[in-house]
Design a protein around this ligand. Structure first.
Ligand SMILES: Nc1nc2c(ncn2[C@@H]2O[C@H](COP(=O)(O)OP(=O)(O)OP(=O)(O)O)[C@@H](O)[C@H]2O)c(=O)[nH]1
Ligand SMILES: [Mg+2]
Length: 559
């Protein structure tokens, strides 16, 4: 017996675990009924396998008056159950035990207090035979008792009689639904002593046809008479085979698992979800005002270049105008733990440092990054984002069964509330680096002031000479460059050089601004794409993954 337990155990074990796993993964996705049904089956199976597996619990079930109690008595060899003319007769299930030692906990679990030892031949050793009330009873309690025990027993023996074997109540409510349990089912046509011999065969053929239609092909059908004892030997032999195999309990549990798994869903390959993230990134970029920011990056760079490297005589005019980038409140608030000149300045040519920007934008260190003043998204832009999110959900849900498709669509939307803030944050942090000042500005600035100083020196020198001439003082000797006196060279040369340096710097700043704008655009697309990935695609992927694990668990549960 121990050997058998080991043989049956692992596969049933893993199938049970798989069923539980599938139920857990389906929680909140599939109808509660199917999920809790699977849990109940798993729980019940778990208990049954810890109880006596040396006993096979077979139940005689059927309509009132079909002769269940008569058959029960005939098999047990003594009149244990009342056989009556008043219908229904049996109101509570009772058990006849063949070698019932150790079956106590099993019968306790089945909640059957009435137990009797059978007195007939002990070749049925290990059989626990139950006489059930009628399944089609006018008494609700009878029907409930039957339904309860039909779920629990190892072997179902349906007792029908020649009048009522085609009853819809039997076929619709029980047999067809239990098609998966055909391996643990027998059908007994009782009261054949009431039929002429020729009618028995016809009746059996008809019953066979009905059972085949119920999906119960292969289920043994026996013609018996509890009254005359005809066919009882065959029935005993059949029961004996099943009891000796001691497999009915595990076959039943396996059928339970298969049925519960089937209620959770059909075995399907989880489709590989493809995500439409391009459109999403584009819509998010538009809504977050990325084109506006990129333009401001270029303009801001030129603005700051003029302030830093322009001709000192006129650069103050530029200072009066606001910085286009700072006007968007970008670069004014640095993320804690990183200099303002962060991401963009350190960008490699590929512009892939959007990651660090995005992560610093979402990390705890970036909390001081306030909202930018980039105008809020227009209704059209918001609608485009929503459409893109919906498309992501639809594309991923395309090949999924209904409830799971709904869960995937919902997953795509689940964090969309966070998008606006998250995207704004990465726009602020990613483009903050665009305010970094190139080193050459400082050198040019120094040069500008040197040239400016020369110009002023020339002017003062000329002014001094002019004053001395005015006061008719003797002129000191005047050094010259060729024929041009030095003060004039300093004044005119200084002015011309200052203007020339300013113009060249402006040219360089124009190119630099364009380059910086391009890099920022790339970094922003990457960073915004990552936000879309985190908040839209990741939940979708998680749900698809859940579905894949679910189908995989379901396949294992059915194996
Ligand atoms: N002729 C004949 N009568 C039978 C046979 N088996 C049972 N009966 C009679 O059918 C009637 C009902 O038998 P029961 O054994 O009480 O039927 P049951 O299925 O237990 O009925 P409930 O307990 O009401 O569900 C009784 O009068 C029996 O004598 C049989 O094989 N042949
Ligand atoms: Mg009865």
């Amino acid at each position: 017996m121990k050997l058998l337990r080991r043989k049956e155990g692992p596969s049933l074990d893993s199938r049970l675990a798989a069923l539980l796993e599938a139920a857990e993964l389906a929680e909140g996705r599939l109808p509660e009924e199917a999920v809790s049904g699977a849990r109940t089956v798993a729980e019940r199976a778990g208990v049954r396998r810890t109880l006596s597996i040396d006993h096979t619990v077979a139940a005689l079930a059927g309509a009132t008056g079909s002769g269940k109690s008569s058959l029960y008595n005939a098999l047990a060899g003594t009149d244990l159950a009342a056989v009556g003319v008043v219908r229904p007769t049996t109101s509570a299930a009772q058990a006849a035990l063949w070698d019932g030692e150790g079956s106590g906990p099993l019968l306790d679990w089945l909640d059957i207090p009435q137990r009797h030892p059978a007195t007939s031949a002990s070749d049925l050793s290990g059989l626990v035979l139950l006489d059930l009330p009628d399944h089609d009873s006018i008494q609700v309690s009878h029907r409930l008792e039957v339904d309860r025990l039909v779920e629990l027993v190892d072997l179902l023996v349906w007792v029908v009689d020649p009048q009522k074997y085609a009853d819809a109540a039997l076929h619709d409510r029980y047999l067809r639904r239990l098609a998966a349990h055909r391996g643990v089912m027998l059908v007994v046509l009782n009261q054949v002593d009431r039929l002429p011999d020729s009618a028995v065969d016809r009746c059996l053929r008809d019953l066979r046809r009905l059972l085949d239609e119920d999906g119960l092909a292969g289920v043994p059908v026996l013609a018996v008479s509890a009254r005359t004892g005809a066919g009882l030997a065959e029935l005993r032999a059949l029961l004996n085979d099943r009891v000796a195999e001691r497999k009915s309990w595990s076959t039943r549990l396996a059928a339970d698992i298969a049925t519960a798994a089937a209620r959770l869903g059909a075995p399907e390959e989880a489709p590989a979800g493809q995500a439409k993230d391009r459109a999403l990134t584009a819509a998010l970029c538009e809504a977050a005002g990325v084109p506006l920011v990129v333009e401001a990056v270029a303009k801001g760079h030129r603005h700051r270049a003029v302030v830093a490297t322009g001709w000192p005589v006129t650069r103050w005019i530029r200072k009066l105008r606001p910085d286009p980038l700072r006007r968007l409140r970008i670069g004014t608030m640095a993320p804690v733990g990183g200099p303002v000149g962060g991401p963009v300045g350190e960008l490699p040519a590929g512009g892939s440092s959007g990651k660090s920007a995005a992560s610093s934008g979402q990390g705890p260190g970036a909390e001081v990054v306030g909202r930018t003043s980039v105008p809020a998204a227009s209704a059209v832009q918001r609608a485009r984002v929503e459409t893109a999110i919906r498309d992501v959900g639809e594309a991923a849900a395309a090949d999924l069964p209904g409830p799971w498709a709904a869960a995937v669509r919902q997953a795509a939307r689940s964090r969309s509330q966070e998008l606006t803030d998250a995207v704004d944050r990465v726009v602020a942090t990613t483009s903050a680096g665009a305010t970094r000042r190139p080193r050459w500005w400082r050198a040019v600035n120094v040069l500008q002031w040197v040239v400016f100083a020369a110009m002023v020196a020339g002017a003062l020198w000329l002014g001094g000479l002019f004053g001395m001439d005015y006061l008719r003082l003797p002129q000191p000797p005047l050094p010259t460059v060729g024929v041009v006196p030095w003060p004039t060279v300093l004044l005119v040369g200084g002015a011309l050089a200052g203007v020339l340096i300013a113009l060249l710097s402006r040219l360089a700043a124009w190119a630099g601004g364009r380059r910086r704008a391009r890099r920022t655009a790339r970094a922003l697309r990457t960073a915004v794409g990552r936000v879309g990935d985190d908040l839209v695609l990741a939940p979708v992927r998680a749900e698809l993954d859940r579905y894949a694990r679910f189908t995989e668990a379901l396949t294992r549960a059915r194996a």
